[in-house]
Design a protein around this ligand. Structure first.
Ligand SMILES: [Zn+2]
Length: 373
């Protein structure tokens, strides 16, 4: 787990964000959900196994790394400087999932298996600066706008990955009517006009079905009457986990279609993170979730945003993200990186059970045939 947290503005909280107060059955504080609470649950699970004298059949490694909240820097430095500490680790379990609880109902338990790749680019074009009253025909803003317009009009291909397909199928479980039909068979839905429009019409689903290109920062002249020497635009591109980066770059260059426009990278690209669905740990998590949450489907979301999992995965281990608790969607949306972040004591107990049972499945003495317990 990552030990760092984002900042908190105490005056916006109803309680001191750094006191760790227990009130109304909750532990309150910055990091309760993202992700000190999770890290403490992991630690408690290891202590519980140790105290119970469980003979382990596998090594369990506890990693607390720094600086996830600034571009995954902590895990990156960790694997670069200490590859020996990561060597031989088969699995990493950390944050990142999307277990969905709405109005007290657990809709699905999420095992997060992938992440879109952040691929930020800056388009830069140089021209001839002059007075806006007599255009010389070499205005970099015009070239940039033409290229951007082609990019904005371009529809990135829609592609249903196995993980996202399974994720939608889990979502279909408590739906009815047309939504159920479309979510249960997204591949077929994407072939029909109405189904495709419905699936892509919801921003979060759209983001899981395709690479997205979003222009954000624009720079040109600072004065209305001056044609600038240079114009630039930044693109927030999020690639599907298995996107062919070389082919995608060619597509982008084809859209730009202007040799005067340079394409620069902003920051490095994280390694590909796209975990297999059928592994020993995946099946163990599925069994444990099945016992703790009978009847709740196990979903396999991928994240549109970024965590530090790609760096762990890039160092060798198979990496999954889970939420070891049942927190209402509204509450986590509001409080993760927001105010009044908190985690109930009941949820800490749930997380502890989830981890202890999963670790017993993976490293306990009755590891084989553990499904029967
Ligand atoms: Zn986090």
């Amino acid at each position: 787990h990552h030990m760092d947290v984002v900042t908190a503005t105490p005056k916006d909280w109803s309680i001191d964000p750094f006191a760790g107060t227990i009130k109304d059955g909750h532990v309150w504080g910055r990091g309760a959900l993202d992700m000190k609470g999770h890290g403490i649950i992991q630690l408690m699970a290891l202590i519980a196994l140790k105290r119970a004298g469980v003979p382990l059949t596998r090594d369990l490694v506890y990693i607390g790394n720094a600086d996830e909240e600034i571009g995954g820097l902590g895990s990156r430095v960790f694997v670069e400087r200490h590859p020996d500490l990561v060597k031989g680790i088969e699995y990493v379990l950390t944050e990142g999932a999307d277990t969905r609880v709405e109005q007290g109902k657990v809709r699905w338990f999420g095992i997060d298996v992938g992440e879109k790749r952040t691929w930020w680019k800056k388009m830069v074009v140089r021209g001839t600066t002059s007075h806006g009253s007599v255009p010389l025909g070499d205005n970099p803003v015009e070239r940039l706008v033409r290229a951007l317009s082609r990019i904005v009009d371009y529809e990135t291909p829609v592609r249903l990955t196995p993980a996202v397909d399974r994720f939608f199928k889990a979502q279909a479980r408590d739906q009815s009517g047309q939504a159920k039909i479309w979510l249960s068979n997204a591949a077929a839905a994407l072939k029909s006009k109405a189904g495709r429009a419905w699936l892509l019409g919801e921003p979060e689903r759209n983001a899981l079905l395709r690479t997205t290109i979003t222009p954000t920062v624009l720079q040109g002249s600072e004065k209305t009457n001056i044609i600038p020497q240079e114009a630039s635009a930044e693109l927030d591109i999020r690639l599907l986990p298995d996107e062919d980066t070389v082919a995608f770059r060619r597509t982008l260059e084809r859209l730009i279609a202007d040799p005067k426009i340079e394409l620069h990278a902003i920051g490095d690209m994280a390694p590909r993170y796209d975990a297999p669905l059928d592994t020993e740990l995946f099946r163990a998590l599925e069994r444990v979730a099945g016992r703790l949450l009978p009847g709740v489907p196990v979903a396999t979301p991928i994240s549109a945003g970024a965590t530090d999992r790609p760096y762990w995965a890039g160092a060798g281990p198979i990496c999954y993200g889970i939420d070891p608790w049942l927190v209402e969607l509204k509450e986590s949306r509001y409080s993760v990186h927001g105010n009044d972040e908190r985690l109930s004591v009941k949820n800490i107990e749930f997380g502890l059970r989830l981890y202890v049972e999963t670790l017993l499945e993976m490293a306990g003495p009755r590891r084989e045939g553990a499904a029967g317990r």
